[in-house]
Design a protein around this ligand. Structure first.
Ligand code: PHE
Length: 464
């Protein structure tokens, strides 16, 4: 048999935690709370949940099923489904190949901050210019990049069940406990600002939870939907080849539709809790306009907030960055596995060889990404942001904004129109399982998801 030594997950639970580990990443922590705070709080939450249960569910079902059905990683899976569509496999493997190096660079930043707080230097991290000083440094970002990459490679080296599954089973439950702990702490905060007003965490929670229709015109509503759509797309690790690779390791006896529901639930609950953790704290110490997104929230604003917490800040900061590190590690591992499994299936390489080759690639490109902040610094305006971008932003733009929507759209057309949705439905129900949202799946895959993805693409190109 060609795939007898590919490895498998021992059970459904291990698969769910590994896939949730992939889904729960920096996106949940640094983008979801920001969007929710900006886009009408509860209004955004409701839209996001509806989209998760329809669009997210359909895309996730397709990808996991393609993996399990073909028992192949992204690079070769599409070709096995249909010869003429093997090109999607190449795209689908290029996406994680491009993301891995810069995700490791950011993973390195997280380790740096974790270390700073752990060793009691949290206050320094709160100073202006600390972050830019660090990332423009010559050696430090490289060292932390290597540590993050080595950790991912080490886990993958140990195989699917002994490495990825075991690691996720330990890390994910700890992550949930830490998120809940910080969220509760955040709700108990209160602070008297310069104007003499006392603001409490519970007031911040209201901003997050209560749907606000203030200033919501039709146009604004459309923007909120697109924000939720794009966030969901990224957050579920769709179109990155990951869910195909992980799906290929799911035992045939597992109930796919049940596992997919659990993955979605896990990802959405953690994203929600990240909001409970971050929004009240920002609200208390910085006011309603303090929210920002991306690296500036995590590496600039939050350290200032931890500093404002006084002596407790160093401990909260340490716990927070440990949690972020766990989230980033399990995502980094998944993206690396998508590439490594592709090399294994395509070139019949051993896991060890494949891991070494991908580690070398990621390292070289990762170093170039780091140099993008000093030796190779330039500024390029990209359609997805107002600020000029560097090498990291370019890789992010090409993979996330251009290639991922193309992969997702092609997948919908292939499954919805060429092979027909029954090809996936048969896989999901092959042990006689019930598939309640069968009709929804078909309608989404054939008609609605392609429209959603085209909207995402038009936004990415700056056309809409
Ligand atoms: N779902 C991840 C997140 O929210 C996205 C991701 C997964 C990115 C794997 C890179 C690697 O951060």
């Amino acid at each position: 048999m060609e795939h007898h030594n590919r490895g498998t997950f021992k059970g459904s639970f291990g698969f769910v935690l590994a896939a949730a580990g992939s889904a729960v990443g920096l996106g949940n922590i640094w983008r979801f709370p920001y969007l929710a705070a900006r886009d009408g709080g509860g209004l955004f939450l409701v839209i996001y949940i509806i989209l998760a249960l329809t669009f997210g569910f359909a895309m996730l079902t397709s990808e996991v099923s393609i993996g399990r059905k073909t028992k192949q990683s992204p690079l070769t899976a599409y070709g096995k489904l249909s010869k003429h569509w093997s090109w999607i496999g190449i795209f689908s493997c290029l996406v994680p190949f491009l993301i891995m190096p810069y995700y490791c660079v950011i993973g390195g930043w997280v380790i740096k901050y974790f270390w700073a707080f752990l060793t009691g230097h949290g206050l320094e991290a709160a100073q202006d210019g600390y972050f830019s000083g660090f990332i423009t440094g010559q050696y430090e970002p490289l060292i932390f990049l290597v540590i993050f990459l080595a950790a991912c490679a080490f886990v993958i080296f140990n195989g699917v069940s002994k490495g990825i599954e075991q690691f996720s089973k330990i890390l994910m439950p700890i992550l949930v406990v830490l998120v809940i702990g910080i969220a509760i702490y955040s709700l108990t905060l209160s602070h008297t600002n310069d104007a003499g007003q006392t603001v409490s965490g519970m007031e911040g929670l209201k901003v997050y939870l209560v749907p606000s229709f203030k200033g919501v015109t039709l146009n604004k509503f459309f923007h909120i939907v697109v924000d939720a759509l794009m966030q969901l797309f990224y957050s579920l690790s769709i179109a990155m080849g990951i869910m195909i690779a992980y799906g290929s390791y799911v035992p045939d006896r597992s109930n796919l539709s049940k596992s997919i529901n659990q993955i979605e639930l896990f990802d959405t609950v953690v994203a929600f809790l990240a909001g409970v953790m971050i929004i009240p704290a920002v609200y208390v110490f910085m006011g309603p306009d303090g929210m920002s997104t991306g690296p500036s929230l995590m590496f600039v604003s939050l350290p200032k907030i931890f500093a404002a917490m006084g002596p407790a800040g160093n401990i909260v900061g340490t716990v927070f960055f440990a949690m972020v590190l766990f989230a980033a590690l399990t995502s980094g591992i998944s993206i690396m596995e998508a590439v490594i499994s592709s090399f294994m299936d395509k070139f019949k390489l051993s896991r060890k060889k494949s891991t070494l080759i991908e580690t070398a690639f990621a390292l070289v490109i990762g170093v170039v990404v780091c140099l993008g902040y000093n030796l190779l610094y330039f500024e390029l305006k990209l359609p997805n942001s107002e600020n000029p971008g560097q090498i990291l932003d370019i890789l992010d733009y090409i993979s996330n904004y251009l290639m991922m929507p193309i992969v997702a759209l092609a997948t919908c057309i292939l499954i919805g129109w060429v092979l027909k949705p029954d090809s996936v439905i048969d896989e999901v129900t092959k042990n006689g399982e019930r598939f309640r949202r069968k009709t929804l799946y078909t309608v989404m895959t054939r008609y609605i998801s392609p429209i959603f993805i085209i909207v995402i693409l038009l936004f990415s190109l700056g056309i809409l």
